[in-house]
Design a protein around this ligand. Structure first.
Ligand SMILES: *[C@@H]1O[C@H](CO)[C@@H](O)[C@H](O)[C@H]1NC(C)=O
Length: 183
């Protein structure tokens, strides 16, 4: 009896959730509009190997992912650093970036890679907390985006900031805001 009573409510749920978000059609963004910053471990960092990952494979996945994000039309900066660094180093990169035409535009999204978020190591969990706090204080309006492997940051960015146009085909790829430290 109870389950029959619940059914109409459950059927109704998706519609009511959509209304709550106030977005019946998701907002679309344009090529070169969105500024994103991702941080993670440098691929050859000892804590990458300590988690059983192959540094060369992680390096290749990160590079391909970064190239793909720009092809998708996003302006990207990647900051790779490990927990031996002071978190203020990351904070120092959170200043307002400029788009290709020199217009200042605060970070639209920030992200932290799977080597930090997915690790089962105490040291990296503490670092993950510090990174999240740095993003919350340094770029408070930007959603913090998560991927699920070293090569899926593009998936995370696309989820948050869908662009309908094929920016690569249109010759309108994202700009290189990258200050990578591939050490
Ligand atoms: C990190 O840097 C800040 C500012 O430069 C300093 O106040 C703080 O003591 C440093 N923390 C560590 C653990 O070195």
């Amino acid at each position: 009896m109870l389950s029959r009573g619940l059914l109409p409510f459950l059927t109704f749920l998706p519609t009511s959730l959509a209304l709550t978000h106030g977005q019946e059609t998701p907002q679309k963004f344009s090529c070169g509009e969105i500024n994103v910053l991702f941080t993670g471990l440098p691929p050859y960092h000892p804590l990458v190997k300590a988690q059983g990952a192959d540094p060369a494979q992680v390096d290749a996945a990160l590079r391909a992912d970064a190239a793909n994000i720009r092809k998708q039309g996003y302006n990207l900066r990647v900051i790779l650093l490990g927990p031996e660094k002071n978190i203020t180093t990351l904070t120092s990169y959170l200043g307002i970036p400029e788009t290709a035409d020199g217009t200042p535009r605060p970070w639209d999204g920030t992200g932290v890679g799977f080597g930090v978020r997915g690790s089962a190591m105490a040291q990296l969990t503490v670092w993950f907390e510090e990174v999240v706090t740095a993003f919350r204080t340094g770029a408070p309006r930007a959603p913090i985006m998560f991927d699920f492997s070293p090569g899926t940051a593009g998936w995370a960015v696309e989820r948050h900031f869908p662009i309908e146009e094929d920016c690569e085909a249109a010759g309108r790829e994202g700009g290189d805001l990258r200050l990578a430290d591939w050490a």
